[in-house]
Design a protein around this ligand. Structure first.
Ligand code: SF4
Length: 564
């Protein structure tokens, strides 16, 4: 047990949701049992001393499918296992003897030295795989248990880690990719991110949460960290008397029950941010629902309490003082993906690049480090849109840099679809997936680039592809969101297909109001028909839109026929 809460309240309904401070701490499901038995982070020692030496078969079930996640490691999907087995076969049957390893990159910030180490690990131990996730992490595949200690040694030699990259923990923090360098920044979140990570990542008091806990922090007016869909977000604002600080949001998440975060109306000073973050995560630990895994995210607690009660509990039980009221962030006026060439406040440039659907490789990351250093840069950032930003590029070097990055497939001048498409891992490696995502997205982009080559698309239209309902690629808040499922093909066999969500968006897109997309009864598109479908809908939008109307506004008012 990682903590012993002292206060036990009476449940209002009399029914237990497994809230520690309401119902007591008796574990109510198998995950809660193994978390209560010991701090899951202890599995690290067993990996180093036993499993890496004795091999895959020496790993017991609860460590392999439970505690390993606390160290950022999951078994990957066995190659060739079709989507018809997803959700039916056991973890053991679906799993390969290799691992996905998620490297935690808080704020998405790496030096080129760190990037080279990550790239070297990819080529030496992960068959040259490296995906940039939409949570600013790097994910490797094909990692063998025997190599994990050496990978950790190399990561830690440059200040990186996989601790709490997965599991019921505070996951890697989203942070503004242009923190500290953008001329129009309200507040630089770097010190707050650093402080929270240094204090709490690896800390036993936050190692047993009801489920995952996602954090986003930005001080940039483009609202570039998708703050509406994180458990806690700190968004830069200027208080009329107190100056720059943060607006506090809680309780956002997507998956099968999407819910956007809500403001608490509280202003957080920079010096209080770490304490407030710790207060919120303790509320989740102590009051989050632990009986059912699918009701355990903090959004369900917020739905019950509402923002007024949540703030009151935070202030009275965890902070011991009231927070000042504060303003809401202003709507974003520029895209939050940072693609293209932009001026920094010091006169140098930052350049946003678009590797297609986040797919990279160790070889290409090494090439990127070479190109960055040649252009005068030692710093790169990943973005929550599966993109890369290279900082500190010398103005005189930018053309050569852009030509070089084009050659390695990290273009800074992408087509609208290459720029605005994301895809999750999908069936290639993910045990929860029904369909392929990255190849489908990549082929669709290439096809659309040809078909719509002469068409001016002057507004971003995001295309997000998921392999299952979990929404790692945020389908409900995309202009066109695709949820993978299997369909029966003409020959009676299974075909990759996607349920379509239309017109979702966040404040960081050019949507008027953040909100979820709409679905149409029975609307499903196969992978083969996807380019036809997207082309049809995009042309329909361009033909029918009113002056200045965004895709999402149009999609919410358009006739169903125009969307089929
Ligand atoms: Fe896997 Fe589903 Fe997440 Fe895609 S959305 S990575 S298929 S869990």
């Amino acid at each position: 047990m990682t903590t012993t809460p002292q206060r036990v309240r009476q449940s209002a309904s009399g029914k237990s949701n497994g809230q520690w401070l309401v119902d007591g701490t008796a574990p109510l499901n198998p995950n809660e049992v193994f978390k209560a038995e010991e701090n899951p982070l202890n599995v690290r020692r067993r990996i180093e001393e036993i499993y890496s030496r004795q091999g895959f078969d020496s790993i017991p079930h609860e460590d392999l499918f439970g505690r390993f996640r606390w160290l950022g490691i999951y078994t990957q999907r066995k190659q060739g296992v079709g989507g018809e087995h997803t959700g039916k076969w056991t973890d053991e049957e679906l799993s390969d003897r290799y691992f996905m390893m998620r490297i935690r990159i808080d704020g998405g910030a790496l030096t080129t030295e760190q990037l080279r180490v990550v790239a070297g690990i990819s080529t030496d131990f992960a068959r040259d795989t490296a995906d940039i996730s939409d949570r600013q992490n790097i994910q490797l595949h094909w990692v063998a248990i025997e190599d994990v200690p050496e990978i950790w040694r190399r990561l830690e030699s440059v200040g990186l880690e996989t601790t709490m990259a997965c599991g019921d923990t505070p996951r890697g923090f989203l942070g503004s990719p242009v923190a500290g360098i953008a001329a129009d920044e309200i507040i630089d979140p770097t010190p707050v991110i650093r402080q929270i990570v240094d204090r709490y990542i690896g800390d036993e008091t936050v190692a047993n949460l009801p489920r995952k806990f996602k954090t986003a922090i930005t001080g940039h007016p483009s609202l570039d960290v998708v703050h509406e869909i994180n458990d806690i977000s700190l968004v830069g604002v200027v208080h009329p008397e107190l100056g720059p600080g943060y607006d506090l949001w809680v309780g956002g998440a997507l998956s099968t029950t999407p819910r956007l975060a809500e403001r608490l109306g509280a202003f957080v000073r920079e010096e209080d941010a770490a304490e407030v973050w710790y207060g919120v995560i303790q509320i989740f630990r102590d009051y989050g629902y632990r009986r059912l895994r699918n009701k355990a995210r903090m959004k369900f607690l917020l739905a019950e309490w509402g923002p007024v009660k949540f703030r009151e509990v935070l202030e009275t039980e965890y902070l011991g003082r009231a927070l000042p009221d504060g303003p809401a962030p202003a709507p974003a006026k520029t895209p939050g993906d940072h693609v293209g060439v932009h001026e920094q406040k010091d006169g140098r440039l930052y350049v946003g690049l678009a590797p297609t659907v986040g797919r990279a490789s160790g070889t290409r990351l090494t090439a990127l480090a070479d190109l960055a250093e040649k252009a005068g840069s030692r710093r790169i950032r990943f973005t929550p849109h599966q993109k890369v930003v290279v900082l500190d590029v010398e103005p005189g070097a930018v053309e050569e840099f852009l030509a070089g990055t084009d050659e390695i497939g990290f273009t800074g001048r992408p087509s609208p679809f290459r720029r605005n498409t994301m895809a999750c891992t999908g069936i290639e490696f993910c045990k929860l997936s029904f369909v392929n995502t990255k190849d489908t997205a990549r082929e669709t982009i290439a096809e659309l680039e040809q078909r719509l080559a002469g068409v001016e698309i002057d507004t971003p239209i995001t295309l997000n592809v998921n392999g299952c309902p979990n929404s790692c690629a945020r389908i409900q808040v995309a202009d066109i969101g695709l949820k993978g499922q299997l369909a029966k093909g003409a020959d009676g066999g299974n075909e990759f297909a996607y349920q379509v969500h239309l017109g979702g968006g966040l404040a960081s897109s050019d949507r008027d109001e953040p909100g979820l997309g709409r679905t149409l009864r029975g609307l499903k598109v196969t992978a083969t028909d996807l380019p036809d479908y997207v082309e049809r809908v995009v042309r329909g939008y361009l033909a029918e839109r009113a002056e200045g109307e965004t895709f999402s506004s149009w999609a919410h008012r358009a006739d169903e026929e125009a969307l089929r």
